[in-house]
Every structure is written in structure tokens, then in C-alpha cells.
Design a protein around this ligand. Structure first.
Ligand SMILES: [Zn+2]
Length: 317
């Protein structure tokens, strides 16, 4: 019964703009991944946002919030004269499409943004999750069967179940020696999918804030403490060398509470001032271990309002 009422509320009342106009200084972070159309080789229904929908969503965010850089949004003391509601735009994983398709639009509108990047993607043009999803999209049975046979525990799920949601299946599995190189497929690395070092330097020179998103985007809560430390610290040091600048923002891969553990949290907090997860909430500055970010993909306006209204209605003060 409770769930029915909740769904009804979520799909009706919460889709209307009835709270935000009465709020001041509320802050949200919106996170996107890949911005590309269905015809792109690497496009995936799991992480891609259609270019036109992206532009519409940016317009929507700009209509309802003042969009500021991440370092302003996370600065408790920052406020403009109108005490506006604030938003920041960020991209995870460092897809090349951020430079190719998102940057021209954001730059034209002078909208600041941040990119949370991975060394493996920058240097080798692959991440295990995109390779896996490209294999799924192309129905590469040989590739998928090899992964299934070597990593997924047979008694847990069937091959068909694995293929239905391969990334979650891998997150639920334990990889020998935390080694994700089994996911490499040279054929999928030929097309430029991720920003390279030159692109990163260019975006940084344009004022884009660069954050740490771990070295290889592993599922940290399945990894050993040693791997967790390497994934977080080595990527921070790599990005700092590359950009000759301190990296102070860190976002957990996947960003759900099941995808990191207490040790990963400790290491992330020790090395960064700002640590983010992916939960549908706004920034409160108190009683929040992690800075929440709302993941967007291809939402319509009604859904966007639901996303921002729901945490506000839960915390009506
Ligand atoms: Zn990611």
C-alpha cells in the first residue's frame, strides 16, 4: 500500500514544480556519462544520453538553477546576491563525447562543468564496463561466454541472466587478483571512446575541474584493500602529474553504497576534500558522509522534477 501511494505521488504531484520556487540556496549535482546518439559505436542504453535530450536537460537545469562550478557548489560560504538554488554539471568516466558533443554546447552557454576521470581510460582507451556493454550490444557471444566461464559463479546465475545485466553480475562476482584485463577487446579500443591526455589537458586549460574516479573503475567493495588503495591513490597522483595541479574531488565508481566499503571511504576521504556518491539527494553540508549526485540519462521534465522534489519533500523543514 505504502509503495502504491509512493509511486502515485512520484508520478503525479512530484512531477510538478511546487517546492523549488519557495526554496533558497538548495544545491544539486547532476552527473552524466556518455553524450551520444544511438548510431555511435559505443552508445549504450546503460550510460548514454542522447545529444538533443542532453541539451534539453541542460536548458531545464539552467532554467531552475544557477549553474556554478563544482568548487563553488561545495563551498559552504559561497552564495550569490539572490541566494539562488545552485546546480553543478559533472561527467563520469571521461568519455570523448564530453569534448565532442557536450563541451561546444556548454562552452557556448558559459556553463562550467567537471569530469571525473580514470587513468586506464585516458591512456588505453578502454574501461571494463563499456567493453562489456559493447560486447552485449554487438551480441559478441564468444567474448561474453569467456567472461561468464572465467568469472561468474555458475551456480549463482545462468548465462542468459548474466547477459541481461552483465555489469551488475560482475559487480557481484570476485575477480582473481582484482584483475580486469580479461575485459579487454582490441576491436573495441580502436574507435576513440575516451578522452586522452591531450584532451584532458585541453579541458583543464578551459577551466574544467578534473576529479578522480579511480584508475580502472573497478568494483571497489569486491577488491582487496591493497587494490582499493592503488585504484584511488595512483589515479589521483597520475592526474596531478598530468595536469600539474592538485586533485581534490573524488567520485566512487558506480556510486551506490554497495559498490564501496568502509576502507575505500577512509582512503578517499584521507586523500580528497570532496567525496561523492550517486544518490538522489541535495547537498546538506551536515550529516552527509558523501556529496550526493543525481545521475541523469534520458529523463523527461516530469522525471527531473520528481528527482529534485523527492528529497526535498522528505526533508521538509
Ligand atoms: Zn563511472
Amino acid at each position: 500500500m505504502k509503495k502504491i501511494i509512493f509511486n502515485l505521488l512520484y508520478n503525479t504531484l512530484l512531477t510538478k514544480n511546487f517546492i523549488l520556487p519557495f526554496k533558497k540556496g538548495i544545491r544539486y549535482v547532476f552527473v552524466f556519462h556518455d553524450i551520444s546518439n544511438a548510431s555511435s559505436f559505443h552508445n549504450s542504453s546503460t550510460y548514454s544520453t542522447d545529444i538533443k535530450i542532453f541539451e534539453n536537460n541542460i536548458d531545464w537545469i539552467q532554467k531552475h538553477f544557477k549553474i556554478v562550478a563544482l568548487n563553488k557548489l561545495t563551498d559552504k560560504l559561497y552564495r550569490d546576491d539572490h541566494h539562488s538554488n545552485l546546480a553543478s554539471i559533472v561527467f563520469d568516466d571521461g568519455f570523448y563525447s564530453v569534448l565532442e558533443s557536450a563541451f561546444p554546447y556548454l562552452n557556448k552557454k558559459k556553463i562550467p562543468f567537471a569530469v571525473f576521470a580514470n587513468q586506464t581510460a585516458i591512456q588505453e582507451n578502454w574501461l571494463w564496463c563499456s567493453s562489456l556493454l559493447i560486447a552485449k550490444k554487438n551480441n559478441n557471444v564468444k567474448y561474453l561466454e569467456n567472461i561468464f566461464r572465467k568469472i561468474v559463479e555458475y551456480n549463482k546465475l545462468s548465462f542468459e541472466e548474466f547477459v541481461r545485466d552483465p555489469v551488475t553480475s560482475i559487480c557481484d562476482s570476485k575477480l582473481p587478483n582484482d584483475d580486469y584485463s580479461i575485459f579487454r577487446e582490441p576491436e573495441y579500443e580502436r574507435d576513440k571512446i575516451y578522452l586522452d591526455e591531450k584532451d584532458m589537458k585541453f579541458l583543464f586549460s578551459e577551466g574544467v575541474i578534473i576529479g578522480n574516479h579511480t584508475k580502472t573503475h573497478k568494483h571497489l567493495s569486491s577488491c582487496s584493500n591493497e587494490t582499493i588503495k592503488q585504484e584511488i591513490i595512483e589515479n589521483k597522483e597520475y592526474l596531478e602529474r598530468l595536469l600539474n595541479s592538485e586533485i581534490d574531488h573524488f567520485a566512487f565508481p558506480f556510486g551506490f553504497h554497495t559498490t564501496y566499503n568502509a576502507y575505500a571511504l577512509k582512503i578517499a576521504h584521507q586523500a580528497h576534500s570532496f567525496v561523492y556518491d550517486t544518490t538522489k539527494n541535495y547537498l546538506k553540508f551536515s550529516n552527509q558522509d558523501l556529496i550526493p549526485r543525481i545521475a541523469l540519462q534520458n529523463e523527461d521534465k516530469a522525471k527531473l522534477f520528481s528527482y529534485i522534489n523527492y528529497p526535498l519533500i522528505r526533508n521538509l523543514d
